[in-house]
Design a protein. Structure first.
Length: 289
């Protein structure tokens, strides 16, 4: 009987394991091997072992450090923005029941909107001849010349960050709404009897009660910030002069524009290590708190 159950278990387990191995484990292992070779798509049969040479090139690459800086700025703007706005929306919807479903749908629509569609919408709004410049110059007459939102370093990165906030607020709202429903109402009632105001209830009851949820959201958003690609690729393509380049967009350019797969493989593992270290640090900081 146990043998039959064991065989049945392996039968159900095997397809998923084979799929996982073929499409994830094997590419990861192959990519690791390529990272130690001078491997280019233009000469597939000419593999030269360079050891850690590609990894040394990564840390000497000026654009690599620029991409790290850009992603950190993007994360500093977009992660707190999503968390703060998402929490405030969730708290408001949790307290007020009228029209909750409508507002949930309204705020969650950007989440289910394709990154491609969202990026093209923002590009249409912020391009030199886009909707925002039309409003500022032709309708409100606040500026005489169109503003180059996507051609200036500071504004281009800000546009990408705003897109990240707009896209992620709905997801944060849903997670916080679920967490808020688990906070005991008796705590709020007791606080009201003690004369606590709304801010004191949020500070001393709500936020401590959903701390684990906040940690989860924070970690997921940080990982998401480091994985931003589609918006950069479609809106700025890393410009101007790599000043909005992200880690993934730079890796994509090295792999599929310059066809330097060995170097791109090394970049991918360096990025993975950076994300893993940040996640571990975040876990330990939250655990200490």
């Amino acid at each position: 009987m146990r043998t039959k159950h064991g065989i049945a278990g392996y039968v159900f387990f095997l397809p998923g394991f084979l799929f996982f191995s073929f499409f994830l484990l094997y590419p990861l292992a192959r990519n690791l091997v390529y990272s130690f070779y001078d491997f280019k798509l233009t000469r597939l049969n000419d593999l030269t072992f360079v050891g850690f040479g590609n990894y040394a090139r990564v840390f000497q690459d000026e654009v690599f450090w620029i991409s790290i800086r850009n992603i950190l700025i993007y994360g500093v703007i977009s992660v707190p923005g999503q968390m703060i706005i998402g929490f405030l929306v969730a708290y408001a919807l949790h307290r007020n029941k009228a029209g909750v479903t409508t507002f949930r749908v309204f705020f969650f629509l950007p989440v289910i909107t394709s990154w491609v569609v969202a990026s093209l919408i923002f590009k249409f709004v912020f391009t030199d001849q886009g909707f925002l410049n039309y409003v500022l110059t032709d309708m409100l007459h606040l500026t005489k010349e169109p503003i180059s939102w996507l051609s200036q370093t500071g504004t281009a990165l800000l546009v990408l960050s705003l897109l990240g906030i707009w896209k992620g607020v709905g997801w944060v709202m849903v997670i916080y709404l679920a967490a808020l429903q688990g906070v005991p109402k008796e705590l709020y009632e007791a606080a009201s009897l003690d004369g606590s105001n709304s801010w004191q209830k949020i500070r001393h009851i709500t936020l401590p009660s959903i701390r684990s949820t906040t940690m989860f959201i924070q970690i997921m958003l940080i990982i998401g910030a480091f994985n931003v690609f589609t918006s950069i690729f479609l809106i700025t393509k890393g410009g101007p002069l790599h000043q909005t380049e992200g880690m993934l967009s730079w890796m994509y350019q090295k792999a599929f524009t310059e066809y330097d797969l060995g170097y791109a493989s090394a970049l991918s593992y360096v990025f993975a290590i950076i994300i893993a270290l940040l996640t571990v640090i975040q876990f330990r900081m939250n655990k200490q708190e």
